[in-house]
Design a protein around this ligand. Structure first.
Ligand SMILES: Nc1ncnc2c1ncn2[C@@H]1O[C@H](COP(=O)(O)OP(=O)(O)OP(=O)(O)O)[C@@H](O)[C@H]1O
Ligand SMILES: [Mg+2]
Length: 891
């Protein structure tokens, strides 16, 4: 009889395999006893030979090495003991006879369809879960493939290795017990896909099929290569003070990748670079080196560097590229020849500049693709080793890119690859390069499916198939975070999350902003609640009593009608003239939402002055704009050499802000979605230059937020708020970065009592953290609102200086100042974040309500405002929150 293709049989055949005993076989010497169990199940006790065969278990559990070996020992010594100790570990397992339903046992099995055929073939490995009086059979992808209920508890207690039974139409053979620990962590399923911990050397070899081919590995035999390699020396002195030496490969690595027995040579990072590195960057480079060399995740060569924004991911990658391009551990031979860097269009030139900044123009030859520099040029020339290209251009030039052999692929702002079905991901996956690095400043663990896509991109297959990942990790983790989950589900989810974090932690690194705080100047963050102007209040009330809003609240409108109402309210908060532009001057649009917006706003016309000209808008008609104008004047006067980054999410609003600059004679530059990619870096550079005469940098956060360094500015004003805290955080991180010389002031403007306050509350409340709004790509279209929530959104609070403060239930008398010490209070973590390491506080994570409560806060009427900037704007401000990071500056 064939022992079939069951994975455990295929992979672990070095031991004696248990015989398959067909259930119908009448040989009593083999089947001592057939225990009939309920309607659907028969237990066949195995042969004595099988029971006594120490090889049985390990042979069948080959791929599950470590975890199962321990289990084997237990089961051989005392199988029943193993069963009981496993159940003791589970939450509900009092494991008492009188409480059969709480007894949980796990077994590894092989299965096939029940039949009377003589020649059986096992179809697969599975895990049998016995709980009380019922069974569940799960395949190694975590899917249920069989169930049985209503059996006698006593009968279930006797399941042992080697037994064969029929369950739910399947014949199974018990191969061994699985500890509850291995089940809860999901380890027992890992044989299905070869997690890093259990990768076979074959898989490792596959991953590393020929890592040095690209650098022209010598085909000479060892005997023919006498002294050439014996004189190999490290490129830089590994013993020099402060030197950064990469860890040497271990024996296994050498066996796999140094077949020609080249001498081991220290890989030492160029001291020219090391001189500049922060300590977290030194660690980051070692991490990246180990990952791409296949030294951390057993032959997998991918990494995700998810350091928070501004930690210098670029420099860490440049150091990696430069090191690998010149050196290697085996005979000093370089590991890579060509590197592909894919990045958002606005950052192509930033990469180029960073290479230049850290390595000068002589060491490494960089080619960046733009209108005038095509991929063909890179292909034809042997001069360049690094190709920098935007994601968009990559798609357009994919065919040419595919003809080049890249040894290292770096995807900057790589969270965009979180969706494996998008074209960009598919295009990059089609490149045969195994050493893949994703860089991202946004958390990657917030959505478990997106997390899978990113992990699977850098290390394909490491978490198995998507369907097995869902069953084994995602579903239990999500289920455990449901309020209705049982204690047992919670523990299982936690264990699976911990296991997943442990598996992926080998090749994911995230450090928080705190690691560079000490290199940065102080940061003074302000949330400023601006009183709405009289016209704003009038129009706001009109909008709220409009038919559209009323219908929304009655649930009568379908689709995205509520978004149109929300959009109109947000525009109104920025400036009433933005609504006016929606109503006037255009013939009917083909887009129905535009038409709906127009009809919503039409009723407002009467409230506007006759012959209202939006271009001649008055600054006094918007509370926020008044505050902005005063603030800009204060900065200009009190800090004449400092510059301001002024951010909005909307182009139309940027137009208004641009007009304000013109009116007040402020020199400015502007970067929004319409700025040609080729010009972006130049605009940024010129603003950052100390010779720049610009006072203001107008930035559309969505278009240009990610990755930009705007350290030329030391004041950043967020004029409006986005549903997604990540967008705002991205924008706010542009100025408080390495290289910033001045104390940084961040001002977030909100209109008191309006929808802006509600959005802010949502950002900082638990709901905001646990909802859909965490990722950069998330916009309001993806947010679902209940009618209750809409009611709340569509309410104007006119009688409070700060509804957000009211909600904090703060016992303060406003006078009370708070220190910022309490900012270290851990933030509430999102339900699907993994493991405890992600619960660390971070200055870049959305604030929580309780943290905000610890900020200094005072009303606009407060007499002793020590901050001169706030002092200047208080007239139109109803409330302030302020927090200072690093030391208190002399403002
Ligand atoms: N060791 C260092 N010394 C001085 N400046 C540094 C150092 N490391 C990085 N920088 C500078 O810090 C700034 C931020 O670095 P970088 O753009 O690489 O950040 P990042 O981690 O990619 O952030 P983001 O996620 O926002 O893209 C850059 O101007 C860079 O030149
Ligand atoms: Mg970056």
């Amino acid at each position: 009889m064939r022992r079939s293709a069951a994975p455990s049989q295929v992979q672990g055949n070095s031991f004696k395999k248990p015989k398959f005993i067909p259930p119908g076989r009448s040989n009593t010497s083999l089947n001592k006893e057939i225990i009939k169990m309920g309607p659907d199940i028969k237990l066949f006790q195995g042969t004595e030979q099988l029971q006594n065969d120490p090889g049985v278990c390990s042979s069948n559990l080959g791929p599950m090495e470590g975890s199962t070996r321990e289990m084997d020992r237990g089961s051989r010594a005392d199988p029943l003991h193993t069963v009981h100790s496993a159940s003791e570990e589970t939450i509900e397992s009092k494991a008492q006879e009188e409480e059969p339903s709480s007894l949980l046992k796990y077994f590894s099995v092989v299965w096939c369809k029940a039949s009377k055929k003589k020649h059986k073939k096992w179809e697969g490995d599975a895990i049998l879960i016995v709980k009380g009086r019922s069974f569940t059979l799960k395949d190694l992808e975590g899917k249920d493939i069989g169930r049985g209920i209503g059996y006698k508890f006593k009968e279930l207690e006797n399941i042992e290795e080697g037994q064969t039974l029929v369950i739910g139409g399947k014949e199974i053979e018990i191969l061994g017990t699985v500890s509850s620990d291995d089940f809860n962590s999901g380890k027992c399923f890992q044989g299905a896909h070869g997690s890093p911990a259990v990768l076979s050397s074959q898989a490792a070899r596959k991953c590393f099929s020929n890592p040095f081919k690209s650098v022209g590995q010598s085909s000479q035999s060892k005997a023919n290569r006498p002294n050439a390699w014996q004189s190999c020396k490290p490129r830089h002195d590994p013993h020099a003070p402060n030197s950064l030496v990469m860890p040497p490969p271990d024996k296994n690595h050498q066996l796999l990748f140094n077949r020609n027995c080249f001498p081991l040579v220290d890989v030492v990072v160029d001291p020219h670079l090391v001189h500049h590195l922060r300590s977290h960057q030194r660690e980051g480079i070692i991490f990246l080196y180990e990952c791409v060399m296949g030294m951390r995740a057993n032959g997998r060569c991918g990494a995700i560097l998810a350091d928070e924004m501004g930690l210098g991911k670029t420099l860490q990658c440049i150091s990696l590229i430069w090191t690998l391009q010149c050196q290697g551990p085996y005979g000093g031979k370089p590991v890579i020849k060509k590197t592909l860097i894919v990045t958002p269009g606005s950052l192509v030139n930033n990469w180029r500049k960073e290479f230049q900044k850290w390595l000068g123009s002589e060491r490494i030859k960089i080619f960046s693709v733009d209108q005038d520099h095509k991929v063909e040029e890179f292909i034809k020339s042997t001069f360049y080793s690094v190709l920098i290209i935007s994601y968009e251009m990559l798609l357009r030039s994919l065919d040419q890119i595919k003809t080049i052999k890249f040894d290292l692929l770096i995807c900057d702002e790589g969270h965009r690859l979180k969706n494996s079905s998008i074209k960009t991901t598919a295009a990059l996956l089609s490149l045969p390069c195994e050493k893949r690095v994703i860089l991202t400043g946004t958390p990657v663990q917030n959505d478990l499916q997106e997390f899978f896509a990113l992990v699977d991109f850098v290390n394909p297959g490491v978490l198995g198939s998507l369907s097995s990942y869902r069953k084994i990790y995602e579903e239990p983790i999500i289920m455990s975070r449901e309020p209705s989950s049982s204690k047992e589900e919670q523990e299982l989810g936690e264990r699976r999350a911990a296991e997943l974090a442990c598996l992926t932690g080998l090749f994911i690194l995230r450090r928080t902003q705190e690691v560079i705080n000490k290199y940065l100047p102080p940061k003074i963050e302000n949330v400023i609640f601006c009183r709405p102007g009289a016209l704003q209040i009038e129009l706001y009330q009109k909008l709220l009593s409009s038919q559209s809003v009323r219908f929304c609240l009655q649930g009568l409108l379908e689709n995205s009608a509520h978004l149109i109402c929300i959009g109109a309210l947000k525009k109104l908060c920025n400036h009433p003239c933005l609504l006016f532009s929606s109503v006037k001057g255009k013939e009917l649009s083909a887009r129905c939402d535009e038409n709906e917006e127009r009809s919503l706003c039409k009723g407002l016309l009467a409230a506007l002055p006759a012959a209202y000209d939006p271009l001649q808008f008055s600054e006094n008609q918007s509370g926020k704009l008044q505050v902005l104008v005063q603030l800009l004047a204060a900065i200009r006067e009190l800090r004449p050499t400092e510059k301001v980054v002024l951010v909005s999410n909307y182009r139309q609003t940027l137009n208004i802000l641009e007009e304000v600059c013109k009116r007040h004679g402020y020199a400015y530059s502007r970067l929004d979605g319409q700025t040609p990619v080729s010009q972006r870096q130049q605009i940024v550079d010129s603003f950052n230059s100390k010779y720049s005469t610009d006072f203001i940098f107008l930035l559309s956060s969505k278009a240009g937020g990610v990755g930009l360094n705007l350290i030329g500015g030391s004041h950043l004003i967020l004029y409006d708020i986005d549903w997604n805290p990540a967008t705002d955080i991205q924008a706010m991180s542009r100025v408080w970065r390495d290289g910033q010389k001045h104390p940084v002031h961040i001002y977030r403007l909100l209109t008191t009592g309006t929808i802006e306050e509600k959005i802010y509350q949502r950002q900082i409340s638990k709901q905001g953290l646990s909802g859909a709004v965490v990722d950069l790509a998330t916009s309001s279209e993806h947010i679902q609102f209940s009618v209750e929530e809409l009611k709340d959104l569509f309410t104007l609070h006119e009688n409070s200086p700060c509804v957000t403060h009211d909600l904090l239930e703060c016992e303060c008398t406003e006078e009370k100042g708070h220190t910022d010490d309490a900012l270290d209070t851990p933030v509430t973590s999102r339900p699907c974040q993994l493991g405890p390491q992600h619960r660390k506080s971070s200055s870049l994570r959305p604030l929580s309500m309780s943290q905000l409560k610890q900020w200094k806060h005072f009303s606009g009427d407060h007499l002793n405002l020590t901050d001169p900037f706030l002092q200047r704007i208080r007239e139109n401000v109803s409330f302030f929150f302020q927090n200072i990071t690093n030391q208190a500056p002399a403002i």
